[in-house]
Design a binder for this molecule. Structure first.
Ligand code: ZN
Ligand code: ZN
Length: 331
């Protein structure tokens, strides 16, 4: 029945996006493969013609209400993570180690009420995805301690995850958290590109989410760092580590150092990602607007490290050890 070379990882009538609707009435495309839906997160109704100072979307002249306190990594998402987020480079903190930052410290006033509310569906989606992702990946680490063997998969809406990444990037930048060794860095960010992504999921050629196969366990739950282009003085992307899943979101492809990406095993959308743990595996399944190419699958071995989390960003110290990557393309 299936004409795909990789079997869809779910069965049954319920849609894997957890909307509670039937797959046939929700994310199913005409050919049977899943599709992410178009979205529009711009504020509803006519533009207000008003710019709220301090809102990073004020240049759109469509603000409303006061600045609202926002959790940069989304309150919904933070709750799933047990209210912890690990970052590096915070003012006054040791720049060489991850720092667990309490939820309260993550709040920043960087969006007006109108924009904040319009973008809240992205946080909601990201929270839902994490709800699926975390048990599947935590399961891998438990495997090591003898839990029952099983295979888990996680369904993700690719464009919305990209949009959420861009929102985290913008929030982090607007809040002045672009720091190295505790010193604030004055890097620009192209907010027109940010807007196109977070409001409509539109990216320039080459930009988007790159799934890095050098997955390392991230016991701090979530870790993010901005990717700067020092030569141009610009922020061009963000690196996000979620549990056992690591990806780079590229906003400004024209100015991104692609040597960094191409030097590492990675896949670019659309694809299926299977992460192996000792004895078990978890699979990430991304839905995109176009039909997924099931020939593109990546496989990354997952292992447990007692030395802590790390990130592939250039200014991060990488964990040493044998190569743990097994990145292949199924034909
Ligand atoms: Zn659905
Ligand atoms: Zn606004």
């Amino acid at each position: 029945m299936s004409k795909f070379k990789v079997k869809l990882p779910w069965s049954g009538p319920a849609c894997p996006c957890q909307s509670g609707e039937l797959y046939s009435a929700c994310c199913r495309g005409i050919d049977g493969s899943p599709r992410s839906k178009r979205f529009d997160c711009s504020p509803a109704g006519d533009p207000t013609g008003y710019s709220r100072e301090g809102c990073y979307l004020s240049f759109t002249q469509n603000c409303g209400g006061p600045l609202t306190r926002e959790h940069i990594v989304s309150q919904t998402v933070m709750r799933k993570l047990g209210d912890r987020v690990a970052v590096r480079g915070f003012p006054g903190a040791d720049p060489t180690v991850d720092v667990i930052v309490p939820v309260e410290a993550q709040g920043s006033r960087v969006l007006c009420k109108r924009h904040n509310e319009a973008l809240s569906p992205l946080d909601h989606r990201a929270g839902k995805m994490l709800e699926r992702l975390l048990p599947a990946t935590q399961y891998i680490s438990k495997r090591r301690f003898g839990a029952a063997l099983a295979s888990r998969w996680v369904f993700m809406d690719g464009p919305r995850l990209e949009a959420w990444s861009a929102k985290v990037l913008a929030g982090t930048h607007a809040a002045g958290l672009n720091r190295r060794a505790g010193v604030k860095l004055d890097y620009s960010l192209n907010y027109s590109k940010v807007r196109a992504v977070i409001e409509r999921g539109e990216l320039e050629e080459g930009a988007g989410m790159y799934v890095l196969a050098n997955i390392r366990p991230n016991e701090h739950g979530l870790q993010h760092t901005l990717h700067n282009n020092p030569a141009l003085g610009a922020v061009v992307g963000i690196h996000i580590n979620l549990a056992f899943f690591s990806f780079m979101f590229v906003l400004d492809a024209q100015r991104f150092d692609f040597d960094f990406i191409s030097s590492q095993p990675h896949t670019y959308r659309p694809s299926v990602h299977r992460l192996y743990g000792p004895g078990g595996d978890a699979k990430l399944f991304f839905a995109w607007k176009r039909r997924p190419d099931f020939k593109q699958t990546s496989q990354g071995r997952v292992f447990w490290s007692p030395t802590g989390s790390s990130s592939a960003a250039p200014n991060f110290e990488l964990l040493s050890g044998p190569p743990e990557i097994d990145d292949r393309t199924k034909r």
